[in-house]
Write a protein that binds this ligand. Structure first.
Ligand code: COA
Length: 152
């Protein structure tokens, strides 16, 4: 499949809502019982809109031949520690995976972070998200901490 990378540069409400829905729905792929709420989508619409023209944020989409969004990568410089970039989101449409889109998005995000002076990139991944854990390991990420949870 051919794809192209297109940055989020304009406040197009339809596109921003689509990206917000993707981002808010993402945890449901690996967190059983999770559902995106209207509030979580609205919160992302605000943050995505604020990212436009913001030098500390990078929002890149991947598009298919019909210009539909098939990938999203969202990276920010950490406030107060701009030497570190934090990956909020990496997502590829399930029907388009294993074709190099995720790698192209991550390459673009890492290049952006380097150009902004970042020397580290951090991210957080659910332990059950095997694809993302393996994807990140292959790209040179190593685990630094484990979140622990106990049901009461
Ligand atoms: C992880 C993800 C982004 C990978 O995207 P992708 O476009 O399929 O990635 P690529 O085609 O560039 O794959 C690059 C490498 O990642 C690894 N990889 C990708 N998917 C994998 C999987 N399911 N299992 C193991 N390794 C995988 C492989 O090493 C692969 O290289 P290879 O094809 O030479 O074996 C995609 O699976 C995804 O969107 N997952 C859901 C999103 C998500 O969970 N995000 C985390 C919350 S923020």
């Amino acid at each position: 499949m051919t794809f192209k990378l297109v940055p989020l540069e304009h406040a197009e409400p339809g596109l921003i809502r689509r990206l917000a829905e993707i981002d808010a729905t993402l945890p449901s792929e690996y967190a059983v019982g999770y559902e995106a709420s209207a509030d979580s989508i609205a919160e992302r619409i605000v943050r995505l809109t604020e990212s436009i023209g913001n030098d500390n944020a990078f929002v890149m989409t991947a598009r298919n031949g019909r210009n539909e969004v098939v990938g999203l990568h969202w990276v920010c410089l950490v406030e107060g520690n701009e030497a570190c970039a934090y990956v909020n989101t990496t997502w590829v449409d399930p029907s388009c995976r294993k074709q190099g889109i995720g790698s192209a998005l991550k390459d673009a995000g890492e290049n952006w972070a380097r150009q902004r002076g970042a020397t580290q990139m951090a991210t957080s991944v659910a332990l059950t998200n095997d694809a993302m854990v393996e994807f990140n390991r292959r790209r040179g990420f190593t685990p630094t901490s484990i979140d622990m949870l106990k049901k009461l």
